[in-house]
Design a protein around this ligand. Structure first.
Ligand code: UT7
Length: 330
């Protein structure tokens, strides 16, 4: 009898740029202070990609290289690469194509997926489906964003929140039930006005006026997003546990999108999880959009054990949100 194929995470890689933009440095740039940022968000510093000619793909490449080295495979073995990002190198071609070229992944096809802060979860579920169907054996799922490229460093509402980084996982077929178990994913386009970039798309192509009006930067109505995020991320995580007949006690780790420590606390609380079971790196990296969840996995890898049940949860621009249950494989 053929066993069911599941998509197991078999390697993790990550990359954050060297440069640390601290709260104290931001104090010199906008009317803010370290205390406000730490108590309202949980962030102390974030990494920024500096240097001419560098883009999101230049963070994807080292993250994927690390993953390939850890798994002991060559880039030529990758079948498919999905890059979740809202800061692609260019509108087209896709950052996945550019990264595959830089990596020498000549047998892979790939595409970008835009779902803002939920991008990694959406890409993980998409990548897992290609494994579960039996079609592919090695799918690389990346979450990567160079948020500094779309942040207005005179706007204190956004510039204190975001940072740059990339995280990647390798998905491979598993016949013992490890890997992605279940996902609940949601979108609600009526939330678009609360978190978006006003210009640069087909609705408002770039003009001298859009540049002068600063319409190519991320705009966020923080308080409104906060309210939807607390409810959305907590509801969907609780629903995922319930439909899998699980409680907080069964979960080894919550791996939450790192937008605001207060949103993360509310989600953990709703799931009945103690704070020691929550992966957190917001303090050091801020909100790296699609990269937050894989960067957590990358940093916590040593504390993950085979068989651990973990819940990945996110909320972000779109609105988009979701939660994914994973049984850790290695
Ligand atoms: O990852 C994508 C999804 N995004 C999110 O999940 C983000 C959700 N939103 C948030 O995390 C929070 O709303 C923020 C961190 C963005 C803002 O925190 P808040 O507690 O909602 O603050 P607020 O916007 O209600 O502002 C409170 C006060 C205001 O002053 P007044 O009107 O009370 O005098 C703001 O002007 O804080 C002021 N403020 C600041 N003060 C110092 C806003 N930004 C700053 C700042 N430094 N950077």
């Amino acid at each position: 009898m053929n066993k069911k194929v599941t998509a197991a995470i078999t390697a993790v890689g990550g990359y954050v740029p060297e440069y640390r933009l601290t709260n104290f440095e931001l104090e010199k740039m906008v009317d803010t202070n370290d205390e406000w940022i730490r108590t309202r968000t949980g962030i102390s510093e974030r990494r920024i990609q500096k240097g001419d000619g560098l883009a999101t793909s230049d963070m994807v490449v080292p993250a994927v290289k690390e993953l390939l080295e850890k798994r002991g495979i060559d880039a030529m073995e990758i079948d498919l690469m999905i890059v979740a990002t809202v800061t692609p190198d260019m509108v087209f071609p896709a950052t996945a194509n550019i990264a595959c070229d830089k990596l020498g992944a000549k047998n892979a096809w790939g595409f970008d997926l835009a779902a803002a802060c939920s991008g990694f979860l959406f890409a993980l579920t998409t990548g897992a489906s290609f494994i579960e169907s039996g079609r592919y054996k090695k799918v690389v799922v990346v979450g990567a964003d160079k948020m500094s490229a779309i942040i207005d460093y005179t706007d204190r509402n956004t510039c204190v929140l975001f940072g740059d980084g990339a995280g990647a996982v390798l998905l491979e077929p598993n016949y013992d039930g490890y890997g992605v178990q279940d996902s609940i994913l949601r979108t609600d386009g009526s939330g678009a006005s609360f978190l978006h970039m006003k210009a640069g798309g087909s609705l408002r192509p770039a003009t001298a006026e859009t540049v002068a009006n600063k319409e190519h930067y991320a705009f966020q109505e923080g308080q409104s997003v906060f309210k939807f995020a607390v409810k959305g991320m907590a509801d969907v995580s609780a629903e995922l546990l319930e439909r899998n007949n699980l409680t907080g006690d069964d979960i080894a780790w919550l791996v939450p999108h790192q937008a605001n420590k207060r949103i993360i606390d509310a989600t953990a609380n709703r799931m009945g999880l103690s704070p020691e079971k929550v992966m957190l790196n917001i303090e050091r990296y801020g909100n790296t959009t699609a990269a937050t969840i894989p960067l957590c996995l990358w940093e916590w890898k040593k504390q993950l054990n085979k068989g651990d049940l973990i819940v990945l949860a996110a909320f972000g621009g779109g609105f988009t949100w979701g939660a994914t249950l994973v049984k850790w494989e290695y």
